[in-house]
Design a binder for this molecule. Structure first.
Ligand code: SAM
Length: 234
């Protein structure tokens, strides 16, 4: 359970709404049970359930440890279809990415840009779900870029400064490296893949194309596999 950032370092908390529902229905918590908790942007710890009824749960809170460190990872993601976007944002947040850029590409369907899930508040809710899953408290930043060329030519060099730059692309000779000991900027294509021009533009910015073997994976499968290879155990 993640406390909102207006929660103070107090030792008691009352939760209502979604968090109360989660504690009641998913954890089926009873008085005396202990839950893992965190303070958004802060420490993690535990909370004992003091009481729970139909409307609220009262907790005694102890925040003890630092949150797990974020991965030194920036994801450049061609905007996926809305249903997939929802899942991917949660997964990538659960896995600890620091920054996410949702970008346009030739094979991104125009209608995807109308998705309500692109609203800042909705993206934040998805990230919160991802963080709660991981018992993490560090919210990634998410930015949206609707034009590929100016983003890559004018901004990406700075965004990717001092990082290893990789573009996941099935049609390439180099396998994705394993266990990287430096920050990574990772570009992942749309359902139909990046077109050759886009891969060339990324290569001009120092991106190496890497593959994950002979199978073509969905974006939502490719991303966890990529992160597991690049940062095993982290
Ligand atoms: N036919 C498309 C192509 O050849 O690029 C397939 C695109 S795949 C469904 C969507 C994205 O997931 C790709 O652009 C790539 O970033 C990533 N991906 C999927 N399978 C991959 C693989 N085997 N190796 C590297 N990247 C992969």
């Amino acid at each position: 359970i993640l406390f909102p950032d207006d929660f103070t370092e107090a030792t008691r908390a009352t939760l209502t709404g979604r968090r109360h529902g989660h504690i009641r229905q998913v954890h089926r918590a009873q008085p005396g049970d202990t839950l893992k908790v965190g303070l958004l942007g802060g420490a993690i710890g535990r909370a004992e359930v003091l009481s729970i009824d139909d409307h609220a749960v009262q907790l005694a809170v102890e925040l003890l440890d630092p949150a797990p460190p974020a991965l030194p990872l920036t994801v450049i993601l061609a905007l996926p279809r809305p249903k997939m976007l929802k899942r991917i944002i949660q997964h990538v947040t659960t896995l600890g990415a620091k920054r996410i850029y949702l970008v346009n590409a030739y094979r991104v369907e125009k209608s995807y840009w109308q998705s309500p899930w692109l609203e800042a508040e909705k993206l934040r809710e998805l990230c919160l779900l991802g963080l709660e899953q991981a018992v993490d408290t560090q919210m990634p930043t998410i930015e949206i870029r609707k034009r590929f060329k100016p983003f890559v030519e004018d901004e990406l060099g700075e965004i990717a400064a001092n990082s290893r730059r990789l573009v996941a692309h099935p049609v390439t000779d180099t396998p994705c490296p394993v266990d990287i000991d430096e920050p990574v900027t990772l570009a992942v294509g749309p359902e139909g893949g990046f077109i050759a021009y886009e891969v060339e533009k990324l290569q001009e910015q120092g991106f190496e194309s890497v593959h994950l073997g002979p199978r073509i994976l969905r974006v939502e499968t490719a991303l966890p596999v990529l992160l597991g290879r690049l940062f095993p155990g982290r």
